[in-house]
Write a protein of this length. Structure first.
Length: 149
């Protein structure tokens, strides 16, 4: 990836990754350490230490070559998967852009419903107040009218 773009965005080039993986060279061979030769007890102990240090060199070299092959394979697999994932992400983004107006419409509808739910009881207060006043006025009138009979 490179950030030297004028807009500061990251750019990825899967082909460049494949080319770079192909240029990767195998690790250098593991060379054995020199063994100290001599007749004194210290020199003989150093010689034994040298042989012990060199005993795993063939296995170390094999491990480094196998590790290199695994890393090369992983790099190639990643480059191939990158292209596939990039295409899938582009399709997903295209689908999202088609769904976005529907999602916005649903959100606006939900907000509108919430506002209506809050305002509806407030709109009923004057009606209920008027009905209460009307009933209060009718009760004395009805009572006064019933005593005249």
């Amino acid at each position: 990836m490179s950030t030297d773009q004028p807009d500061g965005r990251l750019r990825a080039d899967a082909d460049h990754y494949r080319d770079t993986a192909a240029l990767n060279t195998p690790p250098p061979p593991v060379t054995s350490d020199p063994v100290v030769a001599g007749m004194s007890p210290v020199e003989q102990l150093l010689g034994v230490l040298g042989f012990a240090a060199n005993a795993d060199d063939p296995r170390d070299e094999l491990d480094s070559v196998e590790g290199h092959a695994e890393r090369d394979q992983a790099a190639m697999t990643a480059a191939e998967q990158f292209s596939a994932q990039d295409d899938a992400a582009a399709k997903q983004l295209a689908g999202l852009s088609q769904q976005l107006p529907q999602m916005i419409s649903g959100a606006v509808g939900a907000v509108g419903g919430a506002v209506a739910g809050v305002l509806l009881p407030l709109g009923q207060v004057p009606v209920q107040l008027a009905q209460g006043v009307q009933q209060a006025l009718q009760s004395p009138l009805t009572a006064a009218g019933s005593t005249d009979l």
